[in-house]
Each structure stands twice: as structure tokens, then as C-alpha cells.
Design a protein around this ligand. Structure first.
Ligand SMILES: *[C@@H]1O[C@H](CO)[C@@H](O)[C@H](O)[C@H]1NC(C)=O
Ligand SMILES: *[C@@H]1O[C@H](CO)[C@@H](O)[C@H](O)[C@H]1NC(C)=O
Ligand SMILES: *[C@@H]1O[C@H](CO)[C@@H](O)[C@H](O)[C@H]1NC(C)=O
Ligand SMILES: *[C@@H]1O[C@H](CO)[C@@H](O)[C@H](O)[C@H]1NC(C)=O
Ligand SMILES: *[C@@H]1O[C@H](CO)[C@@H](O)[C@H](O)[C@H]1NC(C)=O
Ligand SMILES: *[C@@H]1O[C@H](CO)[C@@H](O)[C@H](O)[C@H]1NC(C)=O
Length: 919
């Protein structure tokens, strides 16, 4: 083994030396899209990368992305020269054979390998002929887990080049209603913050991330190779004491159970802390810090015990004691004195911890055993099987055991099996500066038990996922899925029985409102069921042995194949064009060390040079061939991004890119500017009804096309979003005028739009003035560019560069980028008629920019509610009425509630300031 490590390391080093950074002239990622759709916590993400070989010779092009560990890859395909190559999920054994054949032919394999705490890496490559293109498309799926009161959708973006057409679109649909949504992660900070737009309407939310090419090089973790970082969408849904969120279709159901308004249950917790010699140094220091923090967090009615162990056991106290001040102070003194020494007798320590809990009365409380260790059992009982059976026997399903494995020297599988066998989970604690935070973070997840002995009952359903849970903690969630027997949805009755403090509680549909009108399709719910079933079967397989293990494994394999999930039991075989390598991709197990191109991820030690390589981008698997000189000429964009002013004709940094057959796929998706948007609609008729309580409800008539057809005066309704999540403002502008959309005083660029005067609404025409003699005119049919005397029309999908402005035309979306701003013009449709829709996806940093699109989000305060609502805006009290507006800045055009007021009040100045006579 030692030798293998040395060899691999050297090999890695050689490769590192041989790797030159990808030359921008060689290949070009001209489009990189990440599209994530979350439906009832189930996220499906598609990454699409389009790459062109700009060389006169064929070139190996690599696709290399990182995805969450918790996810299963479900689809992969490549498109080369009109030909599609699909990855096929096969049983690992079968794939291994195929792989062995590939190896014997001297071919290499692609891999999925684990990187860091939350991500794993997917890598494959293909040879692309001179001046040809390849499209890679990867799909992965995951059920978001609720932790500490929130779900997190992590999106890693590292396209390895600045990309002109880069975008992340996230859509979340939660029937229970989205309580809050935030965007975090390295890519959401500083320079990138204004490239993020977020819209949240009750049950739906949209997040768009459209950084310009410039920004992709200047953000915190970015460089010449573009972005490298995460976007983390954090959210939660509304909850109450009820049965929760149940989605059902004819065939399947999924139940999310997470009541929050319950009293906490006092807990009995015993901490078993490894103080063996291997904990020496930072690990023991961090453990002490975490332990003191955790002790501080115990509630007065909790009881606790503390054991340290090496080859011996050290009690702070022999029995559990109450978490009062005196005891806590004494325990903290004990914790400060923990020092490393000796060997590791895990067996004795866990048995003693269990004894203490068993000796303590359990009535009306929740018992928890927590083991922290950084190594294998080295003394006392060291037979892993026997330790497992001993621990199982003493715990006997009475309380959960959580195992925290500190660092990479632990036998994680041993800990995981021990936790799972005892209703707990194992968590890895990474040796890092924040290890104490990881420890306290884990503790917080189990700090507040709300229910014990939770039994989920579903009459009229079968093939259920796990239904019994020893504990339910505040901030977490129980998810159960199953099949509805004989598709008889009427007889399906869900019920939850549990113990809260000392009382038995029943949650059923009789005293809760169950929302079963979800928009999830049957096949979607079925996938959630399959995902959860496979995950749980894999956990169960770990706990079993003999024929039982085989049965469970076979079932997990069957479902993985049926639903095309790349799990530890399956592999994805990527067949490539004739004469090329067949890649076999497999999912690594948690705790597996970095792997190289060796078969099936056998641990081979730490491969630092190799690993760092993976972050560097395209490794020239087929050698780096210097490209021919690239023609410099018309249609420039610079390597450092779009420059203001005249185009850098013939500049040293420029590269000509041929986009003539730009083959973007149609995106069917839209969005709005940071915190605000403009939304023209028709003037609705407003009817007032008396609620009978002296208050007035204003009911807005529906937006039927007949409103305009009956010669009602034509108005367009605009929405002005607010900074926080209060109601947006809305105002009307009469149709048939030209509006100033975006004016850059420091540059000559300005954007104007002409409102439509006919029934279907929106903008008819939008004109972008780049320089006095350069104009880009957009209408629903296409784009017309006037450059001096030259007039060109573009109706297909295209990428155009006009002066400092880049226009990417996709099917129903025209993306306009200029140095520090990105605007999207959506082609929307109503009653079969198309209209345009401008949305600012990235606010210019220049604060002197004016125009309707540059309006700052509204800030107001509600100062009066009856008899008529008044808002304080800009120190003025303004009467408003509650109304609605259709938000066309999102493709699906949701209807938003809003406060209706006059344009002058909303804009703080006369409307005339925004009107232009000539667009
Ligand atoms: C549970 O968490 C919610 C919010 O996450 C909080 O409002 C509530 O007080 C917590 N319940 C208890 C018993 O701590
Ligand atoms: C569901 O369970 C039944 C038996 O209870 C079994 O016959 C059937 O194959 C199962 N369906 C799936 C999809 O596992
Ligand atoms: C779940 O718990 C109930 C009652 O506590 C018990 O009857 C049932 O056998 C348990 N089911 C499983 C699968 O353990
Ligand atoms: C719901 O109603 C049942 C009786 O139908 C009752 O036993 C139970 O305690 C109620 N549950 C809650 C959470 O109120
Ligand atoms: C994103 O994915 C969803 C679901 O597959 C699809 O409806 C939508 O059109 C996609 N959006 C884009 C921009 O490709
Ligand atoms: C929104 O923010 C403004 C100013 O920050 C504040 O006055 C107002 O109360 C907030 N409204 C809500 C609903 O949070």
C-alpha cells in the first residue's frame, strides 16, 4: 500500500507539472446553465455546459462538476455533432466487467469522487473534432433534509472559465408556503451580490444568479479561471402543530411531518468522550471548547452524565445529575481538565454510558447517548461484531446512540453501523479550525426533543419507508413515503401517534387541515418514494449480514436500476463515440478517501497533488497541443470582459469567436430585478365589498381579456418590490407611451421601451442605444442592429456583440449584458399574443443610473389601517388600496398582492420624468 501511495503521488506531480492552464484559444465554454427545481423539498438539478473546440485539431474536452453528496445522479448525456450519447445506469458488478475490458484496452475511466464535507465530483471527457462543439448535461436529484429549522440547496459553480452565457435558475414550489428564503454561500457576497435576484410569493420562490463575465473574475474566490464557489439557497416552509404536509396521488404519497409548536421534553444525555492519545493537540482542545459550550446550553430540567475514556473509564459522576448551576460548573471544570492519554476502549465506554442512562428514570423525558471518538477500538473488546452486539443488547432500542467520528482515522463504517443499529446516526467531524462548531452544531440538532416514540400510521398504504422514530427534534423533520394500496386514495388515512412530555398525542386529519392539492405529479411523488426507499435500504444493508443483507441489497439495486439512480450499488456507464474510452462513474461511500483513476475508489492514501489538480480545470489527458494563431478582427470581446467605450479593435486581449451557429437550447424561464420589477398589466376593475365588520375588503376583478375588449381605458400595471417581504407597491401607467427603462449617464448607453397599445399588453419594442450611431432594437420577432449605415436582422438564436454590449438571444429570452449589468428581455404571451418584458437581472453598480428598471426597492411603513390604509412613503402619508398585479418578470406570471397607489406617489416624482417621446 505504501508503495502505491508513493507512485500515485509521483504520477500526480508529473501530471501537475505537465498541466498548463487551459488556453482560452483552445476551447471555449460558451454557455453554462444550472437549473434547479425544488418541488416539496425534492430538488432536481440540471447542469448544462456547452463547449466549442476552437482549434484546427481534435481536442479532449473535460466536463467536471461538483454535486452534493446526498444527491443521486440520475441522467447524463453528451451531444456531439447532432449525435446523442447517454449514460446508462448498470449494476456495479456488470459495469466493473465493462470497465475491466476498457482497462485491458488501455483506456481510462471517469469517476465520481468525494471532495470535502458536502460535495462530490463528477468528471468525464470526450474528444471533440476541430471546430466542433459538445454539450454536456448532468441531472441529479436529492431530498433536502431539514436541519436546525431550515433546508439548504447547495449549488456549486465552477465552470473553470469565465462564461459569457452563465446563469443559475432556481425555482422552489412548496405547498405549505415558504416561510423565508435567503441566498448564502461564497458567491452571494460582495462583488456578486447584485447578480442575484430573489422573488418570493407565498408558495413559490425564484432565485436567479446572472453574473457578468467581469464579475466572474473579480469575486472573492474567483480568478482568471472564473468562478469557484457555492450558492446556498436556505429556506423553510410554514408549519403548525398539525399533521404536516401530505402530497398524494393515485399511486403514491409523501408525508413531511415537522410540528413546531410543542413544548420541549427534558432530556437525559450522556456524553462519552474519547481521550486516547490520538486525540492529542487541536482535537482535544476543540473537544473541550465544544463540551463547555454544550454544557452551557443544557436546560435546568435536563439531566446529564459525562464519561471520558481511553483504556480506562473516568466518570465525572457515576449517575446522571440535574443540569443546575452547581453541577454544570463542576462538570465544566472536569471538561477543562480532559487530557489525552492511552488507548481506546470503545466497548467499555459505550456500555457504561448505556448503563447510566438505563439506571435513570425515563418517564416524561428523552434519553440520548452521544459518543465522540477519533479512532478504532484498540483495547478491551476489539472485535467489531461483538462490540456491535454488546451495544445493541444494552441499549435495546430504548434510546438513540449518536456517534461522532472525529477526523479521518476513524473506522466510520463501524460507527455508522453502530448508530444505525441503535436508532441514531453517525456524523463525521472534519479536522479543521471549526471542528468545535461542527460538534456544537450537531448537538444543537438534538438539543430540543419535542416528541418520543413517534409512530407514523398509514391506513390504506403499503411499501412504506421507515415509520417508527424514537425521537423527533425541533428543527428537524420526519419524512415518510409509500404506495397507496390499489390506488384507493379515499381510504388512505394518515395518522401520527407519539408521546409529548408524558402525554400521548395523536395527529390526524380530523383536527388538522391537510393540504393534498399539491402540484406534484404521480411520477414525481414516486421518485421521492424511490429515493427515500433506496437511501433507507442502503442504511439497512449496512446493519445486516448473511442472506438478509443480500435480499436488502438486491432490492436496493433493483430500485436503483429502475429509477436510474447512481448509488453505491450502481455505476453509470458513459459510452462515447467509436474508438473512445468508456467511462464508468460510481458513487463513493462516505468516509472514503480521495480516489484516483484506480478501479472503484479503493483507498490509496492522500493524493494532494492529484486533488489540487482537480480544481484547476481541464487536464490535458491527450496532451496540450499549441493552437494555431487565432484570427483577430471583427466582433471582439476581451479576455478581461467587456470594456466601456469603443470596442478594442485588434487589441492584444481580444479573441474572435464565431457564434454564427450558436446552438443554445430554449430556456423557458424568467425573472425580475433585485427586489423589484416592473409589471404592466391591464387596469383592473375594483369592486369594494363591505366585510360586515366595518372594514372594507377590496376585491379585484380577474384579468379577463374582455376588460380591454369592452373599451375600458388601457393601463399597464407596474410592480415596485420592497426591500423586505412586505407587500409590493403597484401603480398604473396608461398605455401607448415610450418609457425610459435604463439610462447610464456616464456611458452613452440607454434603454427605452414602447408600451403596447393593444389588448395583450407589455412592451411592443425595446431599443438599446449603445452609441449615437449604434442601436439594438428588440421586438417579439427578433433583433435589428443598426450600426452606422449597416442594418442587420437576427431572428434565430444568436450571440451578438455591439460595442460594449453583448446580446444573447435564446428562444423566449434575450439576455443583454453590458459591463456591470445584465438585463433579460422575456418574450411573454397572453391570449396567444406575444409581448416583451424587461427584467434587470443585475443592477448596474453606478448609482446615477436612472429609469424605471433602476428604481430602488420601495421602503414604506404602514401608518393607518382603517378606514383606509395609509402608508408612510418618503415622509408622506399616502392612501392605498389593496389590489393585485401579474408579475410577468417570471415566466409563469404569478399574481401578487400589492398596494395600489398613483404613479407619482410610487415614483416620488412626476411620471413625465420617465416618459420619452422618441424611443
Ligand atoms: C422550536 O423552533 C422554533 C423555531 O425554529 C421556535 O420558535 C420554538 O420556540 C422552538 N421550540 C422549542 C420548544 O424550543
Ligand atoms: C409493494 O409491496 C408488494 C407486497 O406488499 C410487492 O408485491 C410489490 O412489488 C411492492 N412494490 C414495489 C414497487 O416495491
Ligand atoms: C412501530 O411501533 C409500533 C408501536 O410502537 C409497533 O407495533 C411496530 O411493530 C413498530 N414497527 C416497526 C417496523 O418497528
Ligand atoms: C386530534 O384529535 C384526536 C381525537 O380525534 C385527539 O385524540 C388528539 O389528541 C388530537 N391531536 C391534537 C394534536 O390535537
Ligand atoms: C428548468 O427545469 C424545469 C424543470 O425541468 C423546466 O420546467 C424549466 O423549463 C427549466 N428552465 C430552464 C431555464 O431550462
Ligand atoms: C420593512 O422595512 C422597513 C424599513 O426597513 C420597515 O419600516 C418595515 O416595518 C418593514 N416591514 C416589514 C413587514 O417587515
Amino acid at each position: 500500500m505504501e508503495r502505491a501511495v508513493v507512485q500515485i503521488t509521483l504520477f500526480g506531480l508529473l501530471l501537475a507539472l505537465g498541466t498548463t492552464l487551459p488556453n482560452k484559444d483552445d476551447w471555449d465554454i460558451y454557455s453554462f446553465h444550472i437549473n434547479s427545481t425544488v418541488n416539496s423539498r425534492y430538488a432536481t438539478t440540471v447542469i448544462t455546459s456547452r463547449v466549442a473546440n476552437r482549434m484546427d485539431v481534435s481536442k479532449e474536452i473535460e466536463f467536471h462538476v461538483r454535486i452534493p453528496k446526498n444527491a443521486f445522479i440520475s441522467k447524463f448525456k453528451m451531444l456531439i455533432d447532432g449525435q446523442e450519447y447517454d449514460g446508462v445506469v448498470k449494476a456495479k458488478e456488470q459495469a466493473k466487467q465493462q470497465y475491466a475490458q476498457a482497462v485491458s484496452r488501455g483506456q481510462s475511466a471517469g469517476l465520481v469522487s468525494s471532495v470535502g464535507r458536502t460535495l462530490e465530483e463528477f468528471k468525464t471527457s470526450v474528444t471533440v473534432a476541430a471546430h466542433k462543439k459538445v454539450t454536456f448535461e448532468l441531472t441529479y436529484e436529492e431530498l433536502l433534509k431539514r436541519r436546525l429549522g431550515k433546508y439548504e440547496l447547495q449549488i456549486h459553480a465552477q465552470p473553470m472559465q469565465p462564461v459569457k452565457d452563465f446563469k443559475v435558475d432556481v425555482y422552489i414550489n412548496e405547498n405549505a408556503g415558504i416561510n423565508f428564503i435567503e441566498v448564502k454561500g461564497g458567491l452571494s457576497t460582495n462583488a456578486m451580490a447584485n447578480a442575484i435576484t430573489k422573488t418570493h410569493v407565498d408558495k413559490q420562490a425564484w432565485v436567479y444568479f446572472y453574473p457578468t463575465e467581469d464579475q466572474q473574475k473579480t469575486c472573492d474566490s474567483c480568478g482568471d479561471q472564473g468562478m469557484n464557489g457555492d450558492l446556498v439557497i436556505v429556506y423553510d416552509v410554514n408549519r403548525d402543530t398539525s399533521l404536516g404536509d401530505i402530497k398524494r396521488s393515485a399511486g403514491y404519497f409523501v408525508h413531511h411531518f415537522a410540528p413546531s409548536n410543542l413544548p420541549r421534553i427534558p432530556k437525559n444525555v450522556v456524553f462519552i468522550i474519547d481521550q486516547s492519545g490520538s486525540m492529542h493537540g487541536r482535537k482535544i482542545t476543540q473537544t473541550r471548547i465544544a463540551l463547555i459550550h454544550i454544557l452551557n446550553d443544557l436546560a435546568e430540567d435536563d439531566h446529564f452524565g459525562l464519561i471520558t475514556f481511553d483504556s480506562d473509564i473516568f466518570h465525572w459522576k457515576r449517575e446522571l445529575v440535574q443540569a443546575n448551576k452547581e453541577n454544570l460548573n463542576s462538570a465544566k471544570t472536569f471538561a477543562r481538565g480532559i487530557t489525552d492519554r492511552g488507548a481506546t476502549d470503545i466497548n467499555r465506554a459505550v456500555l457504561e454510558g448505556a448503563r447510566m442512562l438505563n439506571a435513570h428514570p425515563r418517564e416524561g423525558s428523552a434519553s440520548i447517548l452521544i459518543l465522540l471518538t477519533d479512532g478504532d477500538p484498540t483495547t478491551g473488546e476489539t472485535n467489531l461484531e461483538r462490540i456491535h452486539s454488546n451495544v445493541r443488547r444494552v441499549i435495546a432500542d430504548k434510546f438513540p446512540l449518536y456517534c461522532l467520528g472525529f477526523g479521518f482515522d476513524v473506522n466510520f463504517e463501524f460507527l455508522e453501523k453502530m448508530s444505525l443499529q441503535n436508532n441514531g446516526v453517525a456524523r463525521r467531524i472534519y479536522e479543521d479550525s471549526d471542528a468545535d462548531l461542527q460538534l456544537t452544531g450537531f448537538y444543537e440538532e438534538v438539543a430540543t426533543p419535542l416528541l418520543t416514540d413517534v409512530t407514523m400510521i398509514y391506513i390504506g398504504a403499503n411499501n412504506l419507508t421507515q415509520t417508527n422514530f424514537s425521537l423527533y427534534y425541533n428543527g428537524s423533520e420526519i419524512v415518510v413515503a409509500g404506495q397507496i394500496t390499489d390506488n384507493e386514495i379515499e381510504t388512505f388515512t394518515p395518522q401520527v401517534i407519539a408521546v409529548s412530555t408524558s402525554k400521548r398525542v395523536v395527529f390526524s386529519e380530523t383536527n388538522t387541515t391537510v393540504d393534498s392539492t399539491g402540484t406534484m405529479s404521480d411520477s414525481h411523488i414516486q421518485r421521492v418514494w424511490a429515493y427515500l426507499t433506496v437511501k433507507q435500504l442502503l442504511e439497512k444493508e449496512l446493519q445486516l449480514s448473511g442472506p438478509e443483507k443480500e435480499n436488502v441489497k438486491n432490492e436496493a439495486l433493483r430500485l436503483s436500476l429502475k429509477y436510474s439512480f447512481v448509488t453505491p450499488l450502481t455505476s453509470m456507464v458513459v459510452t462515447k463515440p467509436q474508438g473512445e474510452n468508456t467511462d464508468v462513474l460510481h458513487k463513493p461511500k462516505e468516509g472514503e478517501r480521495q480516489t484516483s483513476g484506480l478501479p472503484f475508489g479503493q483507498p490509496i492514501g492522500r493524493l494532494t497533488p492529484w486533488t489540487s489538480l482537480s480544481g484547476k480545470g481541464f487536464s490535458p489527458a491527450s496532451g496540450s497541443i499549441p493552437g494555431p494563431p487565432v484570427t483577430r478582427g471583427q466582433g471582439f470581446y476581451t479576455a478581461s470582459g467587456l470594456l466601456p467605450g469603443p470596442p478594442v479593435a485588434g487589441g492584444g486581449l481580444s479573441t474572435q469567436v464565431d457564434y454564427a451557429d450558436y446552438d443554445l437550447m430554449m430556456p423557458d424561464y424568467g425573472g425580475m430585478g433585485t427586489g423589484y420589477a416592473i409589471v404592466p398589466t391591464y387596469k383592473p376593475t375594483i369592486a369594494a365589498t363591505d366585510g360586515g365588520m366595518g372594514t372594507q375588503d377590496l376585491i379585484v376583478a380577474t384579468y379577463e381579456p374582455t376588460i380591454a375588449a369592452t373599451d375600458a381605458p388601457l393601463y399597464h400595471r407596474f410592480l415596485l418590490k420592497t426591500v423586505n417581504q412586505s407587500l409590493p407597491l403597484c401603480f398604473d401607467v396608461s398605455g401607448d407611451v415610450g418609457l425610459k427603462l435604463l439610462h447610464h449617464p456616464n456611458r452613452e448607453m440607454s434603454v427605452n421601451g414602447e408600451l403596447d397599445s393593444v389588448a395583450h399588453g407589455g412592451f411592443k419594442r425595446i431599443v438599446i442605444h449603445v452609441k449615437p450611431d449604434q442601436h439594438i432594437e428588440v421586438d417579439t420577432a427578433g433583433i435589428t442592429v443598426r450600426d452606422g449605415q449597416r442594418v442587420t436582422s437576427h431572428t434565430g438564436q444568436d450571440l451578438l456583440t455591439i460595442g460594449s454590449v453583448t446580446v444573447i438571444r435564446r428562444n423566449k429570452e434575450i439576455d443583454v449584458a453590458a459591463e456591470d449589468s445584465r438585463m433579460v428581455i422575456l418574450v411573454q404571451e397572453k391570449d396567444g399574443e406575444e409581448f416583451l418584458w424587461p427584467v434587470l437581472r443585475q443592477r448596474p453598480s453606478d448609482t446615477s443610473v436612472t429609469g424605471i428598471l433602476a428604481l430602488k426597492p420601495a421602503v414604506y411603513e404602514e401608518v393607518q389601517q382603517t378606514p383606509i390604509t395609509k402608508l408612510k412613503i418618503n415622509n408622506q402619508d399616502i392612501s392605498v388600496t389593496r389590489s393585485t398585479a401579474v408579475d410577468h418578470s417570471i415566466v409563469s406570471s404569478p399574481t401578487l398582492d400589492c398596494w395600489l397607489l398613483s404613479a407619482e406617489s410610487a415614483l416620488h416624482r412626476p411620471l413625465n420624468d420617465f416618459i420619452v417621446s422618441q424611443i
